[in-house]
Design a protein around this ligand. Sequence first.
Ligand SMILES: Nc1nc2c(c(=O)[nH]1)N[C@H]1C(S)=C(S)[C@@H](COP(=O)(O)O)O[C@H]1N2
Ligand SMILES: [Mo]
Length: 410
Amino acid sequence: MSRTSRRIFLRRTGLAAVGAVLGPQVSIGRSQTAGKAAEGPGPAPASGVIPGKRGVRVLSDRPINCETPVTLLDDEITPNHLHFVRNNGHVPARAERGDLTGWSLAVDGEVQRALKLTLDELKQYGAIERALVLECAGNGRAGFNPPASGNQWTLGGVGCALYRGVRLRDVLNAAGIKPTAVYVGYYGEDPHLSGDLKRQAISRGVPIAKALDEHTMLAWEMNGEPLPALHGFPLRLICPGWPASTSGKWLTRLWVRDREHDGEKMTGHSYRLPRYPVAPGATVPKEDMAMIEELPVKSLISLPGSGVEHPVSRALAMRGQAWSGSGDVRALQISIDFGQSWLNADLRRPRNKYAWQRWTAEVRFPVRGYYEIWARATDAAGRMQPMVVPGWNPEGYCNNAMQRIAVKVV
Ligand SMILES: Nc1nc2c(c(=O)[nH]1)N[C@H]1C(S)=C(S)[C@@H](COP(=O)(O)O)O[C@H]1N2
Ligand SMILES: [Mo]
């Protein structure tokens, strides 16, 4: 079948959304981004449109959302100019100006003494530095069929940067957590898209146990620089392993609560999955949806890009990253025969818990021809990435299907 007739076939059968993701990834000679742009939301605006970003793919510019082409997620530490951005509202003017005037962080609610801290006061709590993966729960959404509305993230709504800040628990303990505390909700300074100052763009949170986890932090630095405007200047939460929507940016207030937080995007279907498997396209009642906590195990192939030619006489060098919401990946395996057999890649230990783990592999091909290469990570509990898009859900979250690339061996 020619490419054109194949595409018509996909459209007719209502599989265009799947074709948009899988087609380009497994066809020779078309990059994933070019293929996606051809059938997706339209060509990406010229790079440089988003201040401070280079080489990213723009999903929307109001609010700003961009993802990283998977071949550029090749570093152990994702540089600031490549890290994906997921904004729900506008970037606050303070962040654009890099201005701390009048800024403070309030910690209140179910605490013995409410705090109001300037950045300098916050820095008195000491500093830790950690490489931490942030992944949007909607990363991979473009793979669902029927499609879910929202940003059509392919593979690049993820990054692993080096953050400097304090443990959230040190600040919460200074405020004194009351026994009634069960949840911490965040508020940020980003204006709602409508311009209505009374509305929040997003206000999510985590249960108190996750807030008190030693890896949950308040960060003011990203890769050795003050937090960039797009990533939450002057202060953000990092709740590693959980949907990055819990990692509030441009923080002004932490509200310790005696119940689950009910801010913007905490209720309804937001960041929730059906409690039981549902048929694709099903309508799921609100009460049957449960909050996403740990994200599933996942990996990516950053080298080579899909569609390369490789000589049969030589081994193909491959590499990429693996991570999981529980903080540990036990194995990374590669298949060149559609999953009939697997070889173990070299998987490095993470730089610290919740950093991603670099893997490398050398792959030899028995004969010339067309190959698909699949990469599959397994977490410490033995859970593996599925071969196909898992568990359809109304909002298109948690697609951790294996990444596939195509190689023409000549
Ligand atoms: N205040 C605020 N915090 C926010 C958001 C936002 O729009 N406003 N977006 C959230 C979502 S959905 C994600 S995926 C991450 C993205 O972080 P990044 O833009 O630094 O990659 O920030 C989270 N924190
Ligand atoms: Mo997100």
